[in-house]
Design a protein around this ligand. Structure first.
Ligand code: ATP
Length: 270
């Protein structure tokens, strides 16, 4: 289904197995999003209303989208993804209408999960806004709040939003009844980095020299997305050497390269 030519509805393939680390985050999202969709009677029996959705926050590339896609997969829900900045920039003057259509489409396709990436682009604090751009953002946010208030907690549409700027979010979004679950998605520690490396090397031919726990230790301060890039880059090094398998040296070079690119994203060395 399409809104303004955006291909919106998907049935994700990712499962919780594809996520390295983040066990507590998976538990939380299962309880707040999966359980209301799969066992609404539990909430009814106890007499509380289930959460409408959750807000995930943390650095880019740490697996927020992956978490949302996995919960959609697990619940057999349709996955509708929009990006906050695109809602207000792509179709000027149409942000509020897009939000309305998004929720209509989600209800039509239920069970569904609406994933709003970069929610800070429409959900930042309201300060006195004079430019029309700000007014556009505000109208879009007002529509989002209205849609969230307007739908039934017990329904089979849930919202997952993601941001790496929780500090600038409008408090209205964080009020109970909207995103009443706020889940931090941190950088992976060494243990989680190892799990992520295992996932992304599962189909790679690794030589005996490769010690993944050591790679995980060396790849300090990297995100899941960067670890994925390290695996791909190590594979590229092996291809360039015309080798049968990826060696320890390939990983060491890949870590250097990815870390340097992260440190200097503008470098045009390659
Ligand atoms: P952004 O804030 O930039 O949207 P994000 O937190 O949503 O980032 P993802 O899009 O989920 O990050 O991650 C990008 C890719 O990095 C994923 O598709 C996945 O391949 C890999 N990745 C990130 N985190 C993990 C993880 N915890 N386990 C396995 N792979 C991961």
């Amino acid at each position: 289904a399409q809104i303004y030519g955006m291909e919106l509805v998907e049935s994700p393939e990712e499962t919780y197995e594809n996520i390295g680390g983040l066990e507590p985050q998976i538990e939380e999202i299962r309880e707040a999003v999966e359980l209301p969709l799969t066992k609404p009677q539990l909430f009814e029996k106890i007499g509380i209303s289930p959460p409408k959705g959750v807000l995930l926050y943390g650095p880019p590339g740490t697996g927020k989208t992956l978490l949302a896609r996995a919960v959609a997969h697990q619940t057999n829900a349709h996955f509708l993804r929009v990006v906050g900045s695109e809602l207000v920039q792509k179709y000027i003057g149409e942000g509020a209408r897009l939000v309305r259509e998004l929720f209509d489409l989600a209800k039509q396709k239920a069970p569904s999960i609406i994933f709003i990436d970069e929610i800070d682009a429409i959900g930042a604090h309201r300060n006195d806004s004079t430019t029309s751009g700000d007014r556009e953002v505000q109208r879009t946010l007002m529509q989002l709040l209205a849609e969230m208030d307007g739908f039934d907690n017990r329904g089979d549409v849930k919202i997952v939003a993601a941001t790496n700027r929780i500090d600038i979010l409008d408090r209205a979004l964080l009020r109970p009844g909207r995103f009443d679950r706020i889940i931090r998605v941190p950088l992976p520690d060494a243990g989680a980095r190892l799990e992520i490396l295992k996932i992304h090397t599962a189909k790679m031919s690794l030589a005996g020299s490769v010690d993944l726990p050591a790679v995980a230790e060396l790849a300090e301060n990297t995100t899941g997305a960067e670890l994925q890039a390290i695996c791909r880059e190590a594979g590229m090094m092996a291809i360039r050497r015309d080798a049968e398998a990826v060696e320890r040296e390939d990983f060491l070079a890949a870590i250097k390269k990815v870390k340097r690119e992260v440190a200097a994203p503008d470098s045009r060395m390659y």
